[in-house]
Structure formats: structure tokens, C-alpha cells
Design a protein around this ligand. Structure first.
Ligand code: KG4
Ligand code: ZN
Length: 334
């Protein structure tokens, strides 16, 4: 009999529920995105996000189960994101999961959202297994992890300041692309020249750690200088150049980590893994250096519950069980 996990995700502005078989086969994946709603405010408004999760969560769970054609008695574990994320938003998913588990007598598994992003690779390539190196890049994270086993990971490096997604979102807003910045910057870059503007590469000696504050400040300075002359930046060229500079840094650090660890398998995780420039650079690195590579399917790059159901499956198989004491943990580490 396959093991069926129900995933619930509500850490930011997506209410998502999914049913996954044996941690690898997606039977259903429902995502109710609030992005259009928050775009009028230029970013996620936490209080409004929580309220919208409350409205969406029950219909989302019902629809995921209906599409997967499963009943509560078929579900082996309810896997819910317990952190990191917005506390009010997380609490909606956590409370729904606890109620479901208590009423239906189903085991509860609290999942780390970032471990969920990494599990997107298991959904993409059903033969993909640890050990491997993973470049995790999202709105709040930029790090390289050595995934030794499904539930055993070690940090190789992290960011000293901003996350890559944050660096994209900020500059996208300044050049007038709006929210969510990353995907809009990606789209604008398609008709831009990546060599039109140049940015300094950050130098942190003896460390693979990322730092994006310098490049972000350089971008802001360039924009201000151009505007002081009464001109405006070419949005497509600027998007292409800025994106290329950040993706080159990410790719270079991953290559350094490969050399340091001698690991021959690499993959991506997190919202920024949807970026076309980053995907191309990582693919090129893999072919040039003869590395095995996995790039998560586009639908599993940004927040979804299938990845939570997958990560939760591996935790469940390792014996993880949570109780009603489980809370939401906004700054949860791996
Ligand atoms: O993983 P995610 O959906 O949420 C977090 O856990 O943070 O990541 C969201 C981040 C945002 O910063 C968004 O701008 C970025 O991922 N993102 C992208 C792309 N799609 C999403 N950044 C660059 N290019 C994209 N295509
Ligand atoms: Zn995420």
C-alpha cells in the first residue's frame, strides 16, 4: 500500500494543499494565490494574508482531496509547514492541520518550509536522491546546503545580508516593475542586454557566503545617477544586467561548493529557482563540469503544498510525529 500524505502550506501569500503518494507522486496540488491582491500594496500585508488563508484553507483541503480521490481514512499523515514564515499566516495552516489530525486520528508532521522547497526535486525527478548539493534561493533565503540524507542537511554557506529574491524584488520595484518583482524582472530581461550595465562582484574572503547588499546599493546608485541627468534607465537592459550579475554570483558559489565538497550532484530550490537566467547558468555549469543536475519543475519552484507533503513523507518515514503542542515558528532554522 502506498503511503499518502496531505500537505498544507500557508507560510506567506499562497494557501496550498496537496495529496502526494510515497513522497514522489503528486495526486493533486491546489494553490490559491493572493499575489494579485497584495500587488496593490507593493508587497505582502501580513494581517490580510492571514485573513485570506482563513477563508481559503478549508475549500483548498477539500478540493485537494477531491481531485486526488482520497478520503480521510486514506491519509497516513497530515504534513504542515510550521516555519519559517509569517506567524499569523503559518498559524492558519498549523491550526487547520491540528484540528484535522485530532478529529480524524491522523498523525501530524510539522515541516520546515525550506526542506519542502528542497523536496520539490523529489517530485521533479522520481529517481533523485541524496547526497547532493542544493542552492536554496527564495524571498528570505540564499544558502547552499549539503543534503546528506532526506532528513540530514548541513549548511555550506548562507547570506550575510539580503536574500537573492529580496534583491530582485527591491530593484524590480525601484525600476517600476511592481510586485512580485522576481518574475517581472525575469520577463523584462528577456528583451534586454545583460551587458548594458555593470555591477561589482562582492568579495568575501575565505568564505562562500553570499552578500547582496553591495550589488543592490550599486544598482540603486546607478538608477539615481541616470535619473539625476534627467534620463531614465532602460528597464529591460537593467533587468537583464542585474539578473545576470546576481545569477553569476549564485552559480559561481555553487561551483566553489562543488569543488570544496567534491559532490557531483547539484540542484536548485526556492522561488528564485524559477528564474530563467539562473536555470540556464546552472544547466551550463552541469554540462561543462559533468555534474548530475535537477531543476525543479516550474510549478514546484514557488510555494506549493506538494513539496510539503513530500518533505513530510520523508520525516514521517523517519518516525517524526508532532503533537497538539506544536506551534508556528517564524524563524525556524533547518
Ligand atoms: O519560495 P518563494 O515562493 O517564497 C518564499 O519562501 O520566500 O519565493 C519567492 C521569491 C520572491 O522573491 C520572488 O520574487 C522570487 O522568489 N521569484 C523569482 C522568480 N519567481 C519567483 N525571482 C526571479 N525570477 C523568477 N522567475
Ligand atoms: Zn517558499
Amino acid at each position: 500500500m502506498p503511503i499518502i500524505t496531505l500537505g498544507i502550506e500557508s507560510s506567506c501569500d499562497e494557501t496550498a494543499c496537496a495529496v502526494v503518494e510515497d513522497g514522489r507522486i503528486v495526486r493533486s496540488s491546489i494553490i490559491a494565490s493572493q499575489a494579485d491582491f497584495h500587488s496593490q500594496y507593493g508587497g505582502v500585508v501580513p494581517e490580510l494574508a492571514s485573513r485570506m488563508h482563513v477563508e481559503a484553507i478549508v475549500p483548498c483541503i477539500r478540493e485537494a482531496m477531491k481531485q486526488a480521490q482520497v478520503d480521510y481514512s486514506d491519509i497516513d499523515a497530515v504534513c504542515v509547514t510550521k516555519g519559517p514564515g509569517l506567524v499569523g499566516a503559518l498559524l492558519v495552516g498549523v491550526s487547520a492541520a491540528k484540528a484535522l489530525c485530532e478529529v480524524k486520528g491522523i498523525p501530524l508532521v510539522g515541516v520546515n518550509h525550506m526542506a519542502g522547497h528542497i523536496a520539490a526535486n523529489y517530485l521533479t525527478d522520481i529517481t533523485w536522491e541524496p547526497p547532493f548539493l542544493c542552492l536554496v534561493v527564495s524571498g528570505g533565503h540564499s544558502e547552499i546546503l549539503l543534503v546528506k540524507d532526506y532528513c540530514d542537511m548541513e549548511y555550506i554557506c548562507a547570506t550575510r545580508d539580503d536574500a537573492a529574491g529580496e534583491a530582485f524584488d527591491k530593484i524590480a520595484r525601484v525600476i517600476g516593475l511592481g510586485y512580485p518583482g522576481g518574475p517581472k524582472l525575469d520577463a523584462a530581461s528577456k528583451s534586454g542586454d545583460p551587458n548594458a550595465y555593470s555591477f561589482p562582484a562582492p568579495k568575501i574572503s575565505d568564505s562562500l557566503d553570499f552578500s547582496f547588499s553591495g550589488i543592490k546599493t550599486a544598482a540603486l546608485n546607478t538608477i539615481n545617477q541616470v535619473r539625476l541627468k534627467g534620463e531614465d534607465v532602460n528597464v529591460n537592459d537593467f533587468a537583464a544586467s542585474y539578473q545576470d550579475a546576481i545569477c553569476s554570483i549564485l552559480c559561481d558559489r555553487l561551483w566553489q561548493a562543488v569543488k570544496q565538497t567534491k559532490m557531483k550532484k547539484i540542484c536548485l530550490a526556492g522561488g528564485v529557482s524559477a528564474n530563467s537566467c539562473l536555470r540556464k547558468k546552472i544547466n551550463d555549469l552541469a554540462s561543462k563540469r559533468n555534474l548530475q543536475v535537477c531543476l525543479p519543475k516550474m510549478t514546484y519552484c514557488t510555494d506549493n503544498a506538494a513539496m510539503i507533503a513530500s518533505a513530510g513523507y520523508f520525516d514521517y518515514m523517519a518516525g517524526v510525529r508532532d503533537t497538539l503542542d506544536m506551534n508556528a515558528y517564524p524563524s525556524l532554522e533547518m
